[in-house]
Design a binder for this molecule. Structure first.
Ligand code: DTR
Ligand code: ZN
Ligand code: ZN
Ligand code: CA
Length: 445
């Protein structure tokens, strides 16, 4: 039996943390929220060094030789993978990085992640870039993913050559066993204490960035990180597209799943380039971006030098500009725009934002903006959870509030709570019929 709708009071006053604060009236039919505030304070673009594509290709030649000398591949559990890792580690150790090899087991074989920290910078705000170093067993994996591994390596070596001293800490990573299901990156994230996770202000992933019939795709998981890459390509007057085939298909996924901002670049795999894409990017329509994807022909001949060069320079541009930010963003805005379904009359669900780079405790006027779409908002109970689990009630349920949606701002006195960490919005639908989803929410410090 359908519920009978009644007009409902729109405004509400709430007591949160002992502070009586008026909740901004939830607009009954508010327009879709404006584009989210960038996570990072806008800063003038920094000139990053050019990454010599010849150097990147020299790394690819080394990886090719390693594969050729080890059964034709660089796969997890095979000699070619460990030889690849030793090559990359040797270059980084010689360049002054602090390297760590993290071991794990997968499919009965030992796997290895390589982590390289560049000494200095605020470790409370770590900018991370990574790529998987393993190939499939069927070939040397030069585009997938020697290209990302070599470009990240050469960017790290450029940091050393330039003796770059950014405000934020830099960390680079080469993952094992990605082809087995993101095993190495999952192991890293799962073994990272939440206090360490909250120090990672962003993770950039580079998996296939030299495809022979290239596209220029940018991950759209985080607005600010997406913007950095789009700005770079706009400077080259090269149109980009949103990377849509990769959600969950590469090493950014474990980071995103714990609320860390992620971004990255992709030049395409086995999908076919359309004529519209060939029009704007060149190359061959009707052919895959990489016809040697996961094949034995993924060799050094399977690389488009221009795409490799442009993407390598884009990585350096992103690193220089993301790491140079101020040590504490003046007005930190932390947002999650992922949709989260709220089960009807069911269990509570949560959406996480990972606050990093703040110092001390949260403010007494912490602003919480929520955008929850629902067809009977009286069903909903909404809480803000601090990183230590403390709940701040934002909205109570009410049987007579039949209006749509909760699009509102709340102010919370969170001054007793540390600012950095995983903050969650918790939403529960406590009455049968009608349902909805978390559209987005954000914290403004
Ligand atoms: N997961 C990569 C290939 C891949 C396929 N689609 C995407 C999208 C975004 C990043 C990577 C990929 C692999 O096979 O290693
Ligand atoms: Zn692959
Ligand atoms: Zn890959
Ligand atoms: Ca309901």
């Amino acid at each position: 039996m359908r519920r009978v709708r009644r007009t409902a009071a729109v405004a509400a006053a709430l007591t949160i943390g002992g502070l009586l604060v008026p909740a901004a009236p939830a607009a009954l039919a508010a327009p879709h929220p404006v584009a989210p505030t960038p996570v990072l304070a806008p800063a003038p673009a920094l000139a990053a060094p050019d990454i010599p594509v010849a150097n990147v290709k020299a790394h690819l030649s080394q990886l090719q030789s390693i594969a050729s000398s080890n059964g034709g591949n660089r796969a997890h559990g095979r000699a070619g993978y460990k030889a690849s890792l030793d090559y990359v580690k040797g270059k980084l150790d010689a360049a002054g990085f602090t390297t760590t090899v993290q071991q794990f087991t997968s499919s009965g074989a030992t796997g290895y992640n390589l982590i390289a920290d560049w000494p200095g910078g605020d470790t409370g705000q770590t900018v991370m870039a990574g790529s998987h170093l393993d190939s499939v067993t069927s070939g040397p994996g030069i585009n997938d993913n020697g290209s990302g591994s070599a470009a990240v390596l050469e960017t790290a070596l450029a940091v050393s050559r330039e003796q770059f001293k950014p405000a934020k800490h830099l960390r680079f990573a080469w993952w094992g066993a990605e082809e087995l299901g993101l095993v190495g990156s999952k192991y890293y994230v799962n073994n990272l204490p939440s206090s360490e996770r909250s120090k990672i202000s962003g993770y950039l992933n580079f998996d296939m960035i030299g495809s022979p019939n290239p596209g220029y795709f940018v991950y759209d998981d985080n607005t600010a990180l997406e913007k950095v890459f789009k700005d770079y390509y706009a400077g080259l007057n090269i149109p980009t597209e949103i990377e849509t085939e990769g959600d969950g298909r590469s090493d950014h996924a474990p980071f995103k799943n714990v609320g860390i901002a992620v971004g990255g670049l992709f030049s395409g795999a086995d999908y076919t380039k359309t004529s519209a894409q060939a029009q704007k990017w060149g190359g061959t329509a009707g052919q895959p971006f990489d016809r040697c994807y996961h094949s034995s022909c993924d060799t050094t001949a399977n690389i488009n030098d221009t795409a490799l060069d442009r993407n390598s320079d884009a990585i350096a541009y992103a690193i220089w500009n993301l790491a140079a930010g101020s040590t504490t963003p003046p007005g930190g805005v932390f947002e999650n725009t992922d949709d989260v379904a709220v089960p009807d009359n069911g269990a509570a669900v949560t959406s996480t934002v990972n606050v990093t780079g703040r110092t001390g405790n949260a403010p007494s006027n912490l602003k919480v903006d929520v955008d929850i779409r629902h067809t009977w908002r009286g069903d909903l109970v909404v809480d803000l959870l601090a990183p230590d689990g403390t709940a701040f009630r934002l909205k109570n349920s009410s049987s007579n509030d039949s209006a749509d949606d909760v699009i509102a701002s709340y102010t919370v006195n969170a001054s007793a709570k540390a600012a950095n960490g995983a903050w969650k919005l918790r939403v529960q639908d406590v009455a049968a019929q009608d349902t909805g989803y978390i559209n987005s929410w954000k914290l403004t410090f």
